[in-house]
Design a protein around this ligand. Structure first.
Ligand SMILES: C[S@@+](CC[C@H](N)C(=O)[O-])C[C@H]1O[C@@H](n2cnc3c(N)ncnc32)[C@H](O)[C@@H]1O
Length: 214
């Protein structure tokens, strides 16, 4: 892709997510052509589905909680893992985290998160590649909506529990069947508006919890 920033701007509008009116984002409308393309077509073009163009319930609840409880992140080093458009990380930067790292395997997500940071005069530090299994040098690891399939959940949950021995780990999940049901401590719950096109439902019960070590 020649110019990722132009591509992102051309596929999105500048909007805010329902739960987080404080932060502006490049967001897709539901009828964005790239989302309508079939998975096969996307795979042929070697393009990841544009997760980054949506504020998923996970990052919305994380961001809301963080903006309402800034003392929980102030002065801390944070990693927004699988950041998508980076909403949770942006909330940390806004709330006074000392440094906010973002990671996603999709390069376009990192680009989108950086554009979103610029929109809000905030700074995010991108980390490329698949970092599952590493030990992040942060105080707090955030992940929003990462248990959306079995394979992902099977890889991520043991790693998050290991990380939880060394740092705080918070996950926000909108009721995906593969998310952990035990070894968690609930911090917040909310019913978030969703769309039929993306979720097949108009709302999702979303929970924010601390992931506990084994
Ligand atoms: C449903 S989206 C959630 C995005 C964001 N956290 C939110 O809640 O709005 C899932 C994200 O996980 C990312 N992802 C998938 N596998 C990953 C991996 N191994 N490492 C980092 N990110 C990954 C995808 O690229 C995508 O951006």
């Amino acid at each position: 892709m020649k110019n990722p920033a132009c591509f992102i701007a051309s596929q999105t509008i500048i909007e805010t997510a329902p739960l987080v009116p404080e932060l502006r984002l490049y967001l897709a409308t539901e009828i964005t052509p790239i989302w309508q393309a079939t998975e096969t077509h996307l795979a042929e073009l070697n393009i990841e589905p544009p997760f980054w163009a949506f504020a998923w319930p996970g990052s919305q609840l994380l961001a809301r909680w963080i903006l309402d409880h800034p003392e929980t992140v102030r002065g801390k080093r944070v990693l927004d893992f699988a950041c998508g458009g980076g909403l949770a990380g942006l909330a940390c930067a806004q709330a006074g985290a000392s440094e906010v790292l973002i990671n996603d395997i999709d390069q376009l997500a990192l680009e989108a998160a950086q554009l979103n940071a610029s929109l809000n005069d905030l700074t995010l530090v991108p980390i490329e590649g698949d970092r599952i299994g590493s030990e992040p040098d942060v105080d707090l690891l955030l992940c929003g909506d990462v248990c959306y399939n079995q394979q992902m959940a099977d890889r991520i949950i043991p790693w998050l529990r290991k990380c939880a021995e060394k740092m705080e780990v918070w996950m926000a999940d909108p009721g995906r069947p593969y998310a952990p049901k035990e070894g968690i401590e609930i911090l917040a719950c909310a019913t978030l508006p969703t769309t039929m096109e993306l979720e097949g439902k108009t709302a999702r019960e979303t929970r924010l919890y601390r992931v506990l070590p084994l």
